[in-house]
Design a protein around this ligand. Structure first.
Ligand code: WT7
Length: 655
């Protein structure tokens, strides 16, 4: 069990692991004193992160807390994010180093050196300008995993415009809501993409959303399907390739941005029915993502890195685009399903590209586990140095499988906890120095302070589960626009903060427990949000789609892992009994697919006479989650209708 390369850990020998010694010798962060130093020198310690970037103007102050909790980082400093991700690498003699290696669904390969990236980003930046985009304008990007997506993101950053990436799997309604909220000036999309061999329309969906917008906006269309598929361009619609050709060789100096200027918007799901707009600021965000890309992923120029996350979510922003490119690494981008054309694909990607660092979700690892160890075993994985997961808890069994059958017991695993709002990783082990406890994410990173608290915001002793809060600000935190401050305050800052004592606690919405060594285990969400894999959906948004179906009176959507994978389960009450249930079930699934997107299709829809409720009429999601996960809650839960729990368990069993 305990291998040569692992020392046993006193007190917890059965589970805790020291990093393999082979790794510790290679890593860039081997200095354990970083924790004490960051503590002692906080907040000035964060100058270490800023020092990884190139600044046009130095900042005057690391942290300005005058307007807490709307903290401002690196005030007075100026920089450009695209310049930090591209130009400075050219100046450092890395023109010919590969920045992006793309592997398309049909076996296509494209390679961009940092110089190629520079040329195309600049051309697209010039084209966007031509379409009228100026600094602080918002450009919505609705693209699958094609190189044009990071390129357009960086083109926006180059001219100081904000990108608003909308996951390509979203339905037109979801795209529309996100475009409207942002007052988008341009949309960039594609004709379609291939799903397991067949062409799926994307522009069709984009056009449906565009038609519902109040004013028309210029649209740029990437040709993903190729010459066999005709695409009609309407008025004010432009082919990406024609624009890129036209502006080939253009000069567009990077626009110098204040550190506190917004870099992008991204929408996530909160406890309200509407998608919530998050804003990340240029300096703090880039410092946070770059610092963690180095400290947690140990990435330096010359390393090859593969992250399976879609760029439509924050993981793709921070750890596909900004962090790895700011570090000058080579990023592997893979389009499409990991099982297409067959189950060897993930291991072929690792072998062919000599991937050093591999970042994915526990759900993906569970899928690999189901397929069996013969698949990774059939490929050379000797390039791998470090593995990481994000998005949901990784159980000890999945961890062990990943460690043994993928990492060959040579590669540490970093289980990284963070959120759209946090911008970068806040909780994780440092791979070269910390012992790993499978199932626990690890301690807060240097400079980060986290707690499990009771409903009054009081810190709980080790071993007692509570709400996870972050008690010191951090550089890559959301910095809401003026107009978003009100709800941001209510949603994240007012829940547990004692303002008289001026101790601001950021409410993460997660439940967690801290152990005697300060290692944190995430239990799940503590609010009305579900995470499916690493996709986060507001139950309110889902339930609005479900109750809009004729005949449905009430609904609750929960995430559960009844079959090992995390899936969405719907509990609903209906007007009539029994007759027409099958049809209603289908209408509910269709409504979710139409309004949210196919990726959110429920694994099951269960009809119940009532939903479990608190005395104040709030749906008790935890009861439903307990039923789905086959871990019923003890009867201490204060329910208005406790008798429904037994009935639901029976109904669930029949499903
Ligand atoms: C929520 C944030 C940040 C990238 C992915 C999703 C859950 C995230 C972990 C982890 C257990 C995790 C939390 C969090 N989560 N990482 N390592 N272990 N749970 O970003 O969509 O903003 O979702 O994902 O519940 O609050 P997001």
């Amino acid at each position: 069990m305990v291998e040569d390369s692992l020392d046993s850990v006193p007190g917890d020998a059965a589970t805790a692991r020291r990093p393999p010694s082979t790794f510790a010798r290679d890593t860039t962060v081997t200095d354990t004193s970083v924790y004490e130093r960051f503590d002692r020198e906080w907040p000035d310690c964060w100058a270490d992160a800023a020092a990884l970037l190139e600044w046009d103007e130095p900042y005057d102050e690391v942290l300005d807390a005058d307007d807490a909790p709307f903290y401002r980082w690196f005030v007075g400093g100026r920089l450009n994010a695209a310049e930090n991700c591209i130009d400075r690498h050219l100046e450092a003699g890395r023109k010919n180093q590969v920045a992006i290696r793309w592997e398309g669904k049909r076996g296509e390969r494209r390679t961009y050196t940092y110089y190629d990236l520079h040329r195309e980003v600049t051309a697209v930046a010039a084209a966007l300008r031509e379409l009228g985009v100026e600094a602080d304008d918002v450009v919505t990007l609705y693209l699958p995993t094609v190189p044009e997506l990071p390129i357009t993101m960086l083109a926006c950053a180059r001219i100081g415009a904000l990108h608003n990436v909308v996951f390509a799997g979203f339905a037109p309604d979801a795209l529309l809501g996100r475009m409207e909220q942002d007052d988008s000036s341009v949309l960039v999309t594609c004709d379609g993409y291939f799903h397991e061999g067949t062409a799926v329309g994307q522009k069709r969906k984009a056009d449906a959303a565009l038609a519902a917008l109040e004013s028309t906006i210029p649209t740029v269309v990437v040709d993903r399907l190729g010459a066999d598929h005709d695409t009609q361009l309407g008025a004010d619609q432009y082919a990406y390739s024609a624009l890129a050709d036209r502006f080939e060789g253009a000069t567009v100096p990077p626009v110098s941005r204040a550190a506190t200027d917004p870099l992008f918007h991204i929408h996530t799901s909160g406890t309200t029915g509407e998608p919530q707009r998050m804003t990340h600021a240029t300096g703090g965000y880039l410092a946070g993502t770059t610092w963690t890309t180095r400290a947690v992923f140990d990435l330096s120029p010359g390393d090859t890195y593969w992250c399976t996350a879609d760029m439509g979510w924050i993981t793709g922003h921070s750890y596909v685009v900004y962090g790895p490119l700011a570090r000058g690494a080579t990023v592997v981008l893979t389009e499409g399903s990991l099982r297409y054309p067959d189950r060897h694909r993930p291991w072929e990607v690792i072998e062919r590209n000599a991937v050093n660092v591999f970042y994915t979700t526990p759900g993906v690892v569970r899928t690999f586990m189901k397929w069996g160890e013969s698949f990774p075993a059939a490929h050379d994985r000797s390039s791998l140095r470090l593995l990481g997961t994000v998005g949901e808890p990784i159980g000890p069994d999945t961890w062990e499988w990943f460690y043994t059958h993928v990492g060959e017991e040579r590669c540490p695993i970093v289980d990284t906890w963070w959120q759209t709002e946090t911008g970068s990783i806040l909780l994780s082990t440092l791979p070269g120095v910390s012992e790993m406890k499978p199932g626990a994410v690890g301690p807060p990173l240097p400079g980060i302070e986290a707690r499990a608290v009771d409903e009054n915001g009081r810190e709980l002793p080790p071993g007692e589960p509570g709400s996870l809060t972050i008690t010191k600000p951090w550089p890559s935190m959301i910095t809401p626009l003026e107009s978003d401050r009100y709800w941001v305050l209510a949603e994240y800052w007012q829940q547990f903060s004692d303002r008289r004592a001026d101790t601001w606690q950021y409410a993460t919405g997660d439940r967690a427990v801290v152990d005697d060594d300060g290692y944190i285990t995430i239990i799940g969400r503590d609010d009305d949000v579900v995470t499916i894999g690493n996709r986060r959906l507001g139950t309110a948004e889902l339930e609005a789609a479900i109750t809009a179906v004729d005949g449905v009176t009430e609904a609750a959507a929960v995430a559960g892992s009844a079959d090992g994978d995390t899936d969405l389960y719907v509990f609903a009450t209906a007007e009539q009994d029994l007759t027409g249930r099958e049809a209603l079930r289908e209408s509910i699934s269709d409504a979710i697919v139409d309004r949210i997107g196919r990726f959110a299709s429920p694994a099951a829809v269960v009809f119940t006479p009532e939903l479990p409720e608190t005395h104040t009429g709030k749906t008790m999601y935890r009861v439903l989650e307990g039923i789905v996960d086959d871990a019923p809650l003890e009867d201490s839960e204060p329910l208005r209708n406790p008798e429904i729990v037994g009935e639901l368990t029976t109904l669930w069993g029949r499903n």
